[in-house]
Ligand binder design. Structure first.
Ligand code: NDP
Length: 240
């Protein structure tokens, strides 16, 4: 039986690598995205993976999107909560909107996506929920009080929900990437990039495919005894 995997923010950056990694591992993949139609169409043409547009910050839109995907492809058994945004500002300058946008997407978005799928996973006695948090949710980061709080929240979410899912055959795990060579990171000035790399003991940025391989492993049958865990993939930059 081909399992269906749903990747939020699955059309660009780390999410695109995750979608492709899961497809190559034999899953039927659906990729969600928020609004960048051009990137989504390009991704669809390149990968053949169907794309679905809605915001994970909107509970009703998530429920409707999931319903559509399940009608098209069948029940979702692997959920990758990857969609995430930054709205950086020093705390004394941070607006309520910057706070709310980041919490709504990065933390409430994980609730909004996982909650409508949970009952089906429980009924079928199988599920994999994988959340992409961040090194900055573990260690905190200047200018990212909103982002660090949302990503730390994702880790707490994982630890609590893993306990509820265990007897129902559902594992819940979180991955904390360090700096990954996505368009966003590659777009910063070379000097800034070099100062980031200087903080990474392995001496380079991570690749999106390296995070994708973590996801493929956590989604597999082989990872059935792993739940509630935080998988750190940061080149040694922050060792917990
Ligand atoms: P990108 O900005 O490259 O891509 C983000 C993806 O998420 C896009 O597909 C985007 O859709 C989608 N998205 C954004 N907001 C929403 C929303 N409200 N609803 C649905 N989809 C949404 O991000 P990255 O690949 O860099 O990051 C992916 C994840 O990894 C994030 O959670 C991020 O916090 C985390 N992370 C990234 C690191 C890095 O170095 N890049 C390091 C540590 C963690 P659209 O294309 O339509 O805008």
């Amino acid at each position: 039986m081909t399992r269906v995997a749903l990747v939020t923010g699955g059309s660009r950056g780390i999410g695109a690598a995750i979608s492709i990694g899961l497809k190559n591992a034999g899953y039927q993949v659906a990729a969600n995205y928020a609004g960048n139609d051009e990137a989504a169409q390009k991704f669809n043409a390149m990968s053949g993976i169907p794309v679905y547009k809605w915001s994970v910050a909107d509970y009703d839109a998530c429920a409707a999107g999931i319903k559509q995907i399940e009608a098209d492809l069948g029940p979702v058994s692997v959920l990758v909560n990857n969609a995430g945004i930054t709205r950086d500002a020093m705390f004394h300058k941070m607006t309520r909107e910057q706070w709310k946008d980041v919490i709504d997407t990065n933390l409430s978005g994980v609730f909004n996506m996982t909650h409508p799928l949970w009952g089906g996973m429980r009924d079928r006695k199988f599920g994999r929920v994988i959340i992409i948090s961040s090194i900055n949710g573990q260690k905190g980061q200047t200018g990212q009080v909103n982002y660090s709080a949302s990503k730390a929240g994702d880790i707490g979410f994982t630890k609590a929900l893993a306990q509820e899912g265990a007897r129902a055959g559902i594992t819940v795990n979180v991955i904390c990437p360090g700096y990954i060579a996505t368009e966003m990171v590659m777009a910063v000035a070379e000097k800034v990039r070099e100062s980031i790399i200087a903080q990474i003991p392995i001496g380079r940025l991570g690749e999106a495919e390296e995070i994708a391989r973590c996801v493929v492993f956590l989604a597999s049958e082989d990872a059935g005894f792993i739940t509630g865990s935080t998988l750190t993939a940061n080149g040694g930059q922050y060792i917990t």
